[in-house]
Write a protein that binds this ligand. Structure first.
Ligand SMILES: Nc1ncnc2c1ncn2[C@@H]1O[C@H](COP(=O)(O)OP(=O)(O)OP(=O)(O)O)[C@@H](O)[C@H]1O
Ligand SMILES: [Mg+2]
Length: 242
């Protein structure tokens, strides 16, 4: 029996103004404890897919299920709670608060939820991303890779069912990218974290279990246990056919 996906998109279509169809009848599931990379040419709908899957944007039609719950049936309040407690999101620009230390940035989602952050849990979260020594550093005192790892620790502090990452290594050099990608791979292997990551980089995609290709808002196949070379070849074919 196939396990129920943690995130399931069923015939999701998203139209924007001016007649843009960013997603065109996309159906895809993401299993628990799996690491998926989403690739495709610029404008193919990758960020739109992530935003719809994370409940940050609403599809024009179709269903999005997270943790078995249909997002369209939730009230605004319930959707906010689901997003807060069950969904983590990291972006290319780390979006840390510059005036707060790493520890306070990580604790922020708990504070916003009205919970008193447990300092040990915050410390463990930073230790898990290899930054136990940087608890009291502010973002400007850290490298880009370290800042992104703080952002990942912050996204995981509520123990979400799924972590979405939209080009998390897009602003990083090759070495710091590797640290962040190894961390994400470790989170999947050791903690069975579910991760869905958009990337333009075939080397980054090769850290995932599966690569899903998008073009013109549609799914154009996938690769399992991808190698960077195979991903790069498929991307060239995809770009040539668009
Ligand atoms: N808020 C918006 N309003 C109107 N059109 C939008 C909006 N957001 C995205 N689009 C359009 O939808 C399509 C898909 O955009 P999306 O941002 O999902 O692409 P992407 O694959 O993430 O691209 P990139 O690799 O450049 O980040 C594009 O044609 C884009 O111009
Ligand atoms: Mg994008």
């Amino acid at each position: 029996m196939t396990p129920t996906p943690v995130v399931d998109l069923i015939s999701v279509t998203k139209h924007y103004v001016h007649g843009v169809t960013a997603l065109d009848d996309v159906s895809i599931g993401f299993g628990a404890g799996t690491f998926t990379a989403v690739m495709g040419p610029s404008g193919s709908g990758k960020s739109t897919m992530l935003q719809c899957a994370a409940g940050l944007d609403r599809p024009s039609s179709g269903q999005v299920l997270v943790d078995g719950r249909d997002l369209a049936t939730l009230s605004d309040r319930k959707l906010t709670l689901l997003r807060r407690d069950r969904i983590g999101f990291v972006f290319q620009s780390f979006n840390l608060l510059p005036s707060l230390t790493a520890a306070h940035n990580v604790a922020l989602p708990l504070r916003l939820a009205g919970r008193r952050p447990d300092p040990q849990a915050v410390r463990r979260g930073l230790a898990a991303v290899g930054l136990a020594e940087r608890m009291n550093h502010r973002p400007a005192e850290m490298s880009g890779g370290q800042q992104q790892r703080v952002a990942i620790a912050r996204a995981l502090v509520t123990r979400p069912a799924v972590l979405f990452a939209d080009e998390p290594t897009g602003a990083l050099d090759a070495n710091t990218s590797r640290d962040v990608l190894r961390l994400m791979r470790d989170l999947v292997d050791r903690q069975a974290q579910t991760i869905i990551m958009v990337t333009h980089d075939p080397v980054a995609a090769a850290y995932a279990d599966r690569v899903v290709f998008l073009a013109d808002g549609r799914v154009y196949g996938e690769l399992h246990d991808p190698s960077a070379e195979l991903v790069a070849t498929r991307m060239l074919q995809l770009e040539a056919s668009c």
